[in-house]
Design a protein around this ligand. Structure first.
Ligand SMILES: [Zn+2]
Length: 452
């Protein structure tokens, strides 16, 4: 059976034909996006963005002087640290036009938080992407549960709801951070065919709900393959993955029916993969995901270094679209014990393989190398005295793991979420996750830090 082409393709094809941002979902048949036309449109958008940023954003004024016509790879990078306490230097519209400000902590440093600003137009662009990305697995009229709610009128739950209502869907937005048993009870009541949520949150609900949706979309954090398989096995559903970060306007890339990497919304975001020295890497090589916000004029980001490790998959997907696909593993590795690279996502992968593990938080403390300690807070099902030992054994087999591992274990059903697991890098883990939700200070339950 042939795999249907990603609906992002028709959305972008229509925008390329019309020369307009494109509003509304349409199932009309268009010629698929061709790479040459898309690349030309990206180049035009980039030139407009560079001139706009140079003229209107104080941060870029000096940096882009004389570079208005330079190729992308010669433009300067923007780092998360550039954003710390400097949002007004990126803003190119008046404060009155800002609809939403998102504050992200810069962990591991004393730098002020990062703030990102979004206008109505920016939020509508994200809503459009959400709508078209969801069409892959959400037939019109479906019941959808979004486990990423919040009280904000422009939060992720609200944007998804607005988008999906245009498909005639009934959308139920659940509070973020409620206990898994409460989420499971709501799922049993609402009986959605599609569930959208953070990977660990969805996995915890899957353990407890009687109702099994047809599809789960994992967003807001990385989804290790073992966690994905666990949800698929528990619910017998198909699991899709979305990748995004607040800096990309939450939405960035989502899987099509082939489920072989996430197609990027390339008319809005120009992705690159670069090595640690900033050299652009060829297709297939792992490096840092770097994004340029092609159509976001209010708060432009040029060659923004995400801190996430990813790679491009071959250009033509088996769905037939040439839209670029990224595979993202997690935060970039760092130098760990013995000089080996420490990959947190590998630790997550092996921990989720242990069936008794219901949730966990990982963090590093102390000095570097042999003085460092890995703190593991485990939530396990039942009184299995060996599970902590099994977890430590699995972690010890990974390169770069510190010699000291401290495990705290909680038994029984997930009582509440362990704390943020990432204690390094510049990711926002302390005050807000990448899904844009502000994490309240303890003792309120909060989700794992991560991406959207
Ligand atoms: Zn595809």
């Amino acid at each position: 059976m042939s795999i249907p082409i990603t609906p992002l393709d028709a959305w972008i094809a229509r925008r390329l034909e019309d020369g307009t941002p494109g509003v509304g979902y349409s199932a009309e048949t268009l010629r698929p996006v061709d790479r040459k036309t898309l690349a030309a449109a990206q180049e035009r958008a980039l030139r407009v963005l560079v001139r706009h940023a140079a003229a209107n954003a104080p941060f870029y004024r000096e940096r882009l002087r004389g570079l208005e016509d330079a190729p992308l790879r010669e433009l300067p990078f923007t780092f998360p640290s550039d954003l710390a306490g400097a949002e007004s230097r990126f803003l190119t519209v008046s404060q009155s036009e800002i609809r939403r400000v998102v504050t992200l902590a810069t962990s591991g440093t004393t730098a002020p938080p990062k703030r990102l600003c979004f206008t109505d137009e920016d939020l509508e662009a994200t809503e459009e992407f959400f709508l078209h990305g969801m069409v892959t697995f959400t037939p019109p009229g479906s019941a959808v549960a979004v486990l990423m709610g919040g009280t904000r009128p422009d939060g992720i739950g609200a944007l998804l709801k607005r988008g999906l209502r245009r498909l005639g869907c009934s959308v139920h937005v659940f509070p973020l951070g409620e206990p898994p048993a409460a989420t499971a009870a709501r799922l049993d009541e609402v009986r959605p065919s599609v569930v959208v949520g953070l990977p660990a949150q969805v996995a915890a609900a899957a353990e407890l709900s009687h109702h099994a949706p047809r599809v789960a979309l994992l967003s807001g954090d990385m989804a290790p393959p073992s966690l994905r398989r666990r949800i698929e096995a528990r619910w017998g559903c198909r699991v899709f993955v979305h990748y995004g970060l607040t800096e990309s306007g939450w939405g960035c890339a989502v899987e099509c029916a082939a489920r072989e990497g996430c197609h990027v919304r390339e008319l809005d975001l120009l992705p690159e993969i670069v090595d640690e020295n900033g050299n652009v890497l060829p297709q297939g090589e792992w490096g840092e995901v770097t994004l340029t916000t092609l159509t976001r004029r209010s708060f432009p980001l040029l060659r923004y270094r995400s801190g996430d490790e990813g790679r491009f998959l071959p250009e033509c997907c088996s769905c037939g679209s040439v839209l670029r696909r990224v595979e993202v593993r997690g935060r970039l590795p760092r130098r760990g014990a013995g000089g080996h690279l420490l990959r947190l996502y590998d630790a997550e992968e092996v921990l989720w393989r242990l069936p008794q593990v219901r949730d966990f938080a990982l963090s590093l403390s102390g000095g570097k190398d042999r003085h460092e300690t890995l703190l593991l807070e485990l939530v396990v099902s039942g009184e299995d005295g060996d599970i902590a030992a099994k977890a430590v054994h699995a972690l010890r087999a990974l390169p770069g793991i510190p010699p000291h591992i401290v495990v705290t274990q909680h038994f029984g059903p997930v009582p509440e979420r362990p704390g943020p697991k990432r204690s390094w890098g510049d990711a926002c883990v302390l005050t807000e996750d990448r899904s844009g939700r502000r994490i309240p200070p303890s003792p309120s339950p909060h989700p794992r830090g991560g991406r959207s």
